[in-house]
Design a protein around this ligand. Sequence first.
Ligand SMILES: Cc1cc2nc3c(=O)[nH]c(=O)nc-3n(C[C@H](O)[C@H](O)[C@H](O)COP(=O)(O)OP(=O)(O)OC[C@H]3O[C@@H](n4cnc5c(N)ncnc54)[C@H](O)[C@@H]3O)c2cc1C
Ligand SMILES: *[C@@H]1O[C@H](CO)[C@@H](O)[C@H](O)[C@H]1NC(C)=O
Ligand SMILES: *[C@@H]1O[C@H](CO)[C@@H](O)[C@H](O)[C@H]1NC(C)=O
Ligand SMILES: *[C@@H]1O[C@H](CO)[C@@H](O)[C@H](O)[C@H]1NC(C)=O
Ligand SMILES: *[C@@H]1O[C@H](CO)[C@@H](O)[C@H](O)[C@H]1NC(C)=O
Length: 665
Amino acid sequence: MAIKSLLPGAVALSLFLFSFALAQSPIISASIEPAATTVPSSTVAGAPLLEVETVQLTEAVIARIENDLQTTDYAKLFAFDSDAAVEKRNLPACKTYPGDWNWPIRLVWDLFDMLLGGALIPTVPIAAPCYDSKWGPKDQAKCNEIVATFSKPFRHEDDPTSVMWPIFQGKTCLARNNTTPADTCTLGGFPEYAVKVENVAQVQLAVNFARTTNIRLVIKNTGHCYLGKSAGAGSLSLWMHNLKEIEFLPNYRTKGYTGKAFKVGAGVTVQEIYRAAEAQNTVVQGGICEASCCSVGYVGGYLQGGGHNPLSGKYGMAADGVLAFQVVTADGRFVTASETSHPDLFWALRGGGGGTFGVVVSATVKAFPNTQVTKSSFVLGNTTTQTVSQDVFWKGVRKYWESFPEYTDAGTYSFFFLWNRGGQLSLDMRAFFAPGHTPESLNKLLKPWFDLVNDLGIPFATPPNTTHYDTFFPAYWATWGQVPFPLGTSTSLPGNRLIPRSFFTDGAKLNATFNQVKAHVLSGRHFVCYHQAPGNPTGADNAVSSAWRNAQAFLVTQSPAFAEGASQAEIRAADQTLQNVILAPWRQLAGASQGGGSYLNEATVMEPSWQSEFYGTQYPKLVDIKKQYDPKALFYVTTGVASDEWEVRDGEMGVQTQFGKLCRV
Ligand SMILES: Cc1cc2nc3c(=O)[nH]c(=O)nc-3n(C[C@H](O)[C@H](O)[C@H](O)COP(=O)(O)OP(=O)(O)OC[C@H]3O[C@@H](n4cnc5c(N)ncnc54)[C@H](O)[C@@H]3O)c2cc1C
Ligand SMILES: *[C@@H]1O[C@H](CO)[C@@H](O)[C@H](O)[C@H]1NC(C)=O
Ligand SMILES: *[C@@H]1O[C@H](CO)[C@@H](O)[C@H](O)[C@H]1NC(C)=O
Ligand SMILES: *[C@@H]1O[C@H](CO)[C@@H](O)[C@H](O)[C@H]1NC(C)=O
Ligand SMILES: *[C@@H]1O[C@H](CO)[C@@H](O)[C@H](O)[C@H]1NC(C)=O
């Protein structure tokens, strides 16, 4: 076979399988065992293996596949990578795509499924029941149920491939219950298959299979990603949601840390780990999610992307609290990433972004002593009985803004909106969140500002409601746990900016920033702000962006709204306004060259210089580590480290989506 010597091994093999299958009836029998073995439970990086981590793919299992006559011809597809060196001339221009001549035939997928123990799920788009499609006839009752719950996080978490912002999927199967027979439902940017991950062996097998067949691999946990990074057309997806184990480690010991810790499976959500921590009278660093069942994943995009949190004033970013990860790397091996094992990988996984360096199976994180919290909520602005001019209102807001350094030094965090409703301005303080504070100490901290507001005569549309909680979780839950958050639709696009502390201490920069805030709000734009300064209180050396280390405030905004069914041209227009009108002044004010930047997890997918804006001074080192651990570019996410060597060819969708072939630039 002359052709074989010209092609990479796996390609030649699937060519062989293709002709083989045409000639013969399927040879696969149900007697093929899952490719897994149970290793003795042991302690790794100071913590016992989780149950799912004891089920592994080993060389012995690969040898078994090789020696079994039924599977011997295919064994290469599942083997570990023993040859990490990349032969440039053999690099295909694109990932293997459905319809390509070398896309694996059905027989191979069936075998893969058996080796996975039946965990392979061919994708059915979540809203398929709303359409007559190849997945069956329209089912109005099922469709109504999907539509009615589409804004709930669980709907997307519980589905192997659904993502929370349909725009990135290409909107080829929207959840609508008023479809006509002319409307169609197709896969779009959804993966072809998902693996319902229930053990490490399955992750290893899928990593090896995707690598040897050159198929795009994606990782989905909850599907929360604001940039669509948990979807991908023509891909194989790892669905991590079911890895729900949480192990409490009361006496954890490692080089730099002695204390309490948790070992947390990849599918655990922020709410679940918060509850587990409270049950042990401890706290962990998690985010805030305004959702009826706070649902952002913990170990996936959140921890790996940095993770800002209400305790950041005391303990820094959530990634700073990670003690170790268990990871399947691109070669298929299951490794520990910690200060002492693969320390460079450990460095990159703490802040360098999800979906880029490996598949994280678990994280071990510090658990801190539980803390009292005092929080205050209020709305400042005109009332029916008392009004002030806008100038006076801004004087009051300016004083609040100027006090950020003092507030963060006191370990506090706030989350508020500035609204402009037809010229009526208000500061809507959802939570001034003060861990470790009593009502007295919080009142003392806020008194100078409240006194000024009072002197200026600015009324409270809703007076301050200050509540004390003995422990963290009830405070968190009362503040954010039950507020519904709109998701499941794509009717605007997000953007954000991190403002450095120097912009609060330098008078000219302070003026420029505040004038920019005013201009933004007065032009009627959406404005969410956090005062928080994670800094680096624990002296962590990791990939968390320098922009976060410098940060004093985090601003979030969005594009003008558009309809769910908006055309590509309308989406493009909204994005252009977001980039050129709304975000351009923020970038110019606090770009990476000024020590500012943008948080990669809540950003616009169209950020022009995302390398420096998302990753700060950490970027070059991250690229080195990426090349070392993933020389064959198995892992790709849009705006991920070194992703600029690739592009998703989605045609013209308005913004970058995941509905297209993934090819080298
Ligand atoms: C309502 C809401 C509130 C939020 N609040 C906060 C907040 O307070 N603080 C904050 O910092 N962020 C916050 N975020 C942003 C959040 O951190 C990101 O959306 C994050 O990417 C979600 O991660 P996920 O794993 O749940 O999502 P997914 O969309 O499933 O995954 C996100 C990314 O992580 C990768 N990934 C997932 N699992 C793994 C794994 N096991 N191994 C390797 N890669 C993996 C995926 O490939 C993808 O690139 C919020 C988001 C929302 C929607
Ligand atoms: C679609 O759903 C809405 C509300 O969920 C309901 O009022 C309406 O009757 C449904 N339409 C159809 C065609 O069933
Ligand atoms: C308060 O209302 C007055 C009169 O309607 C208006 O002129 C003023 O701008 C408003 N102030 C704020 C802060 O919205
Ligand atoms: C104050 O806040 C607490 C906690 O959120 C809430 O239970 C209570 O109803 C609020 N009180 C008022 C007067 O709004
Ligand atoms: C900031 O603005 C104020 C009010 O406009 C002005 O008095 C002050 O001089 C400015 N400070 C600097 C450093 O530019």
